[in-house]
Each structure stands twice: as C-alpha cells, then as structure tokens.
Design a binder for this molecule. Structure first.
Ligand code: MLT
Length: 256
C-alpha cells in the first residue's frame, strides 16, 4: 500500500546497503556499549562525539585538538586502549569529566556501524537509555526507517536485535508498515525477551564478555530504559555526533 512506511532492520551493518540508507532515516544501535556510551557522554555535557574507525586515526585527531578540550576514549577487545583517557564504560562519562569537551571515540563495532550510516538522510543514535526519545522522533518522521545493528565482529547480537525489535513494535503500533525479515526477527526477539531486559543482556555473548572483564555494571547501565530524553544525531563536515533533539518525552516502553 502506498502509505505504508518501510521499516527495515539490518542485523549487521554490512546488511545496510548505501541504496537502502539513502533517503531513509537510520537508527544505529550498539547497546553494549558504544551507542549507550555516546548517549551518556552527550548527556554529561560533551559538545560532540567524533567517531573513528581506527586507533591511530583517533589518536591523531585528538592530538590536533586543544589539550583540556578533548577526551580520547574507546576499546579493543572491550578493554581501554593504551594511552587513551577512558575506555568505553558509559557510567564513567560524567559531567565533571565531559563538560564542554569533544569526545574522540573508537570502538570495535559501534563506531564502525555509526559510520556505515553516513549515506542516510538522517542518522540517530539509539540505546535503551533513550528509547522513548527515539520513538518520539520517529513519530514525526515520514521517511523509510532503516535500523542498523552493530553486532559483534560479524555476529548478530541479542541486545541490539532486542532494541531494534522494540522500535519495530512501536512503529507497528503507530501506523501501517512494511517490514523486512530482519524487522520481523527483531520483533520476535523483543516479544520473547522484552520483559527481562537485564537478564537478556547478561545472557548475550556481549554481556558475558563484559562480565568476564569485570564490567557487569555496564550491562545494568545499558539495560536501563529512558535514562535520558536526548537524541544524538550524526552530522557532516566534520563527521560528528551532536545532540539533535532533547526534552521531556512521553514514555513509550510497553514491557513491564
Ligand atoms: C563495540 O563497539 O564493539 C562495543 O561497544 C564493544 C565494547 O564496548 O566492549
């Protein structure tokens, strides 16, 4: 039908083709932990986030910035990178550290997924932490929605799929949609695990990996719904993520 909105979920970034992204609004997800970290960092006062693919690229970008005005952060194998100011634990990004600084961030999968979305007409950054704020923006959007999950090293992840499914559930309630199979799988995942978010995140491979390196508190942080009412958005020239929309929102989370 002509007035049905196309909603697709790419369970991995490489499944989101530039052709699909073009003219669409992209929602990029890496619940454990990159997109959750980006939301926390911006909420804590970072003026923007500069996503980088590689460690050396991040180092040299940070070197060009004024000392005291930049935070260099990220992870490889989940662990902080040698010589960086911070790792990738969302709960560590607090106002005392973040206010008015630029965050230069490189993570294994999340920043890669964000940069994959560059061809999209608009890209928003999502976690459970800003679920309702994302829904609110999608409510006003007319364009096709392309939800892009970061996954882990080429594997589909439970936590990203679950959040993608929660967004599909919201969009389905909002009006007529055509779904790709990725969206249907994600929706099923939300139906199965949406009521026990924290347990699902702990069970996931990413959650287990975080527990192994002593970061289980990050799972708890990432499983909190609607901690913040802000929507980070990707901007160009230079490529950066800034707060696009912020404010009080209605809570759209439907599971217990
Ligand atoms: C990533 O980008 O791969 C993740 O955010 C990994 C992590 O934080 O451990």
């Amino acid at each position: 039908m002509a007035d049905e909105r196309a909603v697709s979920v790419s369970l991995l970034p490489e499944l989101a083709s530039p052709a699909r992204l073009k003219d669409a609004v992209a929602v990029v997800i890496d619940v454990l932990r990159a997109t959750t970290t980006i939301i926390h960092a911006l909420a804590a006062g970072c003026n923007c986030v500069r996503p980088c693919l590689e460690v050396e690229e991040a180092r040299s970008l940070a070197d060009q910035m004024r000392a005291g005005r930049v935070l260099l952060a990220g992870e490889r194998g989940g662990l902080p990178i040698d010589g960086f100011d911070m790792g990738n634990s969302p709960r560590r990004f607090i106002p005392r550290i973040c206010r008015d600084v630029t965050l230069v961030l490189t993570t294994t999968n999340g920043t890669r997924a964000v940069l994959r979305c560059v061809p999209a007409a608009r890209t928003m950054v999502a976690g459970f932490a800003n679920y309702s704020a994302i829904c609110e923006q999608l409510r006003h959007e007319k364009r096709p929605v392309c939800i892009v999950c970061a996954g882990t090293d080429g594997d589909v992840t439970l936590e990203d799929t679950l959040l993608a499914g929660a967004l599909v559930d919201y969009l389905h309630d909002l009006g007529p949609v055509t779904l790709n199979d990725g969206a249907r799988l994600a929706w099923d995942c939300f139906e199965t695990h949406g009521r026990c978010l924290h347990a699902a995140l702990e069970l996931s491979q990413g959650g287990q990996a975080l527990t192994r390196i002593g970061c289980s508190e990050d799972i708890e942080t990432a499983a909190q719904v609607d901690t913040f009412a802000l929507v980070p958005e990707l901007r160009s020239a230079p490529t950066r993520i800034e707060v696009g929309a912020a404010g009080i929102v209605k809570h759209y989370w439907t599971k217990g």
